[in-house]
Design a binder for this molecule. Structure first.
Ligand SMILES: CC(C)(COP(=O)(O)OP(=O)(O)OC[C@H]1O[C@@H](n2cnc3c(N)ncnc32)[C@H](O)[C@@H]1OP(=O)(O)O)[C@@H](O)C(=O)NCCC(=O)NCCS
Length: 184
């Protein structure tokens, strides 16, 4: 059983705050999601419009209520620097998938690893038993971020993902587990 808190969490580390999305975040999300690497390596819609950002942010609280997704904005010095989520949740199995992007002007500081660790710690604290992330083979910054956040390389799924250019690519899967396991 996952002990889903009634309200969306606010998670604080000395360098970073993860908080629920606000409606006035739309412009920042719209601008950040024009980044070619975000469009290449995540499943954001392309082209990414303000309307898409607006809908995504407005639907976030409802998705949390429906236990479908935990989606948080990463704030540093008052600015949005990243997005991190647990989505693709299978509550019966206590499993969720981690997704993230970092704003281009905040890259190179290890913020993805920090955010992934913060949301994973929260996920394990409320009852998740397996968190995983799927990366494209050439997304080395993402893979290193996951390792830095304590994830381990689990497997490579052959031809699991379609790239924006239509070609098929392997998926490199990383996973992390709680310290105290409930296993057979
Ligand atoms: C992937 C992403 C989230 C990483 O953001 P970040 O926190 O700024 O990452 P950093 O630049 O600090 O790099 C993290 C680690 O990867 C390493 N790294 C970065 N680029 C690398 C490369 N091309 N090859 C090998 N290692 C690389 C860094 O050295 C760092 O490791 P270290 O701290 O042990 O030295 C960011 O690049 C991004 O938003 N990309 C587009 C969206 C995306 O790919 N999301 C994830 C989808 S799975």
């Amino acid at each position: 059983m996952i002990s889903w808190p009634i309200t969306e969490p606010v998670l604080v580390d000395k360098a970073l705050m993860l908080r629920p999305w606000h409606l006035d975040d739309v412009n920042s999300v719209y601008e950040i999601c024009q980044d070619p690497a975000i469009q290449e390596f995540t499943t954001v819609p392309v082209p990414y419009t303000r309307e898409i950002a607006d809908f995504w942010i407005r639907s976030s609280p409802q998705k949390y209520l429906e236990r479908d997704k935990i989606s948080l904005a990463g704030i540093r010095n008052g600015e949005i620097v990243l997005s991190v989520s647990i989505h693709g949740i299978h509550e019966f199995d206590h499993v969720g998938e981690i997704g993230y992007w970092v704003s281009p002007n905040a890259r190179g500081e290890g913020l993805a690893a920090l955010a992934v660790k913060m949301i994973s710690d929260f996920g394990f604290a409320i009852g998740f038993r397996r968190l995983f992330a799927i990366t494209l083979p050439d997304n080395l910054a993402s893979q290193k971020s996951l390792i830095n956040a304590g994830f381990e390389l689990e497997t490579v799924l052959r031809d699991r993902m379609t790239r924006r250019n239509g070609t098929q690519a392997n998926a490199v899967v990383f996973a992390k587990f709680p310290d105290v396991k409930i296993t057979d």
